[in-house]
Design a protein around this ligand. Structure first.
Ligand code: GTP
Length: 307
């Protein structure tokens, strides 16, 4: 007799920027889709990807980075992160194997240690970038960080999202932690995000390319209108997207738009290519930059922008 118990639940990746969380999410989901939540600005709220298996469904939730809050947005984001940690079945901290665990990692692990009831995994990501000796040292450093902070790692797992090494094992270990439960999403669904949210996130990502340090949290994207153009033949559809990109200040507007609009044009093209690849339809993207003054500090504007 086979065991027919079906399991379902949630896991969430945390880690410093560039730790490899999104890439690992994609590797687990098995699709190059950018996976996002039901709200705009998803990497800052919650990002979900869904791993479908015969025996289980694993919903991956991504959270924004935790940081020292300086604005109302910063505070809300940190609260959101901790609420998520307490609600998921597993919290997995990603430590890139090619970088020594540092103060940033310690900060995250310390905060996580305060959330007592969650099951915690440590993941050594990007293992393809290091030798086995280096990986060994890295794993010891992770274990040590656990001891120092009073964090009990249920698993310490080395993986490479690029080569695929151990990705399957990681999925199995996640599933082991899930409770018995029903299928939460229909077969084949990769994300519960409405298309508008995916599109907004792709535009935001493209607009941050190369200016992340200058404008870390200052950009919000709202898709105002999206639909198939009506006057097109059925075999030549064109998706019309009208989106606003909000920045806080005039100077930021200049950065986004660039000299004679050159940068905005690049952003639009990069975003359009990504959107077309994911939605499978040619896209006409109408992108405008607007100023929503100090939106991060203004509760009304935050609500309007989806926070
Ligand atoms: N060699 C190698 N590079 C990787 C691997 N996983 C991710 N990367 C690279 O590391 C960089 C960061 O990866 P992301 O997945 O965007 O990292 P993240 O943690 O989601 O980053 P944030 O969104 O900034 O928090 C990208 O350039 C990836 O291509 C891996 O397994 N091997």
């Amino acid at each position: 007799m086979t065991d027919e118990t079906y399991k379902s639940g949630f896991a969430c990746f945390v880690g410093r920027p560039n730790a490899g969380k999104s890439t690992l999410t994609n590797a687990l989901v098995g699709s190059k889709v950018v996976i996002t939540s039901s709200k705009p600005q998803t990497t800052r709220t919650v990002v979900r990807g869904i791993v479908h298996r015969d025996d289980a469904q694993l919903v991956l939730v991504d959270t924004p980075g935790l940081h020292k809050p300086r604005t109302l947005l910063g505070e809300r984001l940190n609260d959101l992160v901790k609420t998520t940690w307490a609600e998921v079945d597993v919290v997995a901290v990603c430590f890139p194997a090619n970088e020594k665990p540092g103060p940033g990692d310690r900060f995250i692990v310390n905060e996580l240690a305060k959330v007592r009831k969650s099951v915690k995994f440590a993941i050594a990501t990007k293992t393809d970038l290091v030798t086995s000796e280096q990986l060994g040292e890295h794993l010891l450093a992770i274990a040590e960080l656990g001891r120092e902070t009073g964090t009990e790692w249920a698993q310490i797992v080395p993986v490479s999202a690029h080569s695929g090494d151990q990705v399957q094992l990681l999925a199995d270990l996640f599933v082991d932690q899930l409770p018995e439960g029903p299928q939460l999403y229909p077969d084949g669904e990769l994300s519960d995000a409405p298309e508008e949210a995916i599109v907004a996130e792709l535009i935001r990502e493209a607009s941050l390319e190369g200016v992340r340090d200058e404008l870390p949290h200052s950009i919000a994207v709202v898709v105002e209108e999206m639909g198939l153009k009506e006057d097109r033949p059925a075999d030549k559809p064109l998706l019309y997207i009208y989106a606003n990109l909000f920045v806080e200040r005039d100077s930021q507007k200049g950065i986004i738009i660039g000299h004679k609009g050159a940068r905005l044009k690049e952003v639009g093209m990069a975003a359009r290519k990504q959107i077309e690849a994911i939605l499978g339809t040619p896209v006409y993207l109408d992108l405008r930059v607007k100023i929503a003054k100090d939106w991060q500090r203004d509760p009304r504007q935050l609500r309007k922008l989806g926070f």
